[in-house]
Ligand binder design. Structure first.
Ligand SMILES: [Zn+2]
Length: 77
């Protein structure tokens, strides 16, 4: 129903490869408990872009609750 407000996340090529290797349920989990420094709680993250930096997958987005920027780092397995 609110599909229209979701911009498609922007991924670099490398980040897309890494992200696609992560099982769907883990992806959901990663986005479902990002830490928001403003809410001081685990929040749902609206994914906006992703990139790979020094072998870490960096997910950037917004807190679903307050709209603050949240970043989630996924370490290589
Ligand atoms: Zn928040």
């Amino acid at each position: 129903m609110n599909n229209k407000i979701f911009r498609l996340p922007e991924f670099t090529h490398k980040a897309r490869e890494r992200w696609d290797k992560i099982p769907k349920e883990i992806q959901t989990k990663l986005l479902g408990n990002a830490w928001c420094g403003k809410c001081l709680d685990s929040v749902l993250m609206i994914l906006q872009n992703a990139k790979v930096k020094t072998d870490m997958l960096l997910l950037e987005g917004k807190c679903k609750t307050c709209g603050s920027k949240v970043v989630r780092v996924v370490e290589p397995e």
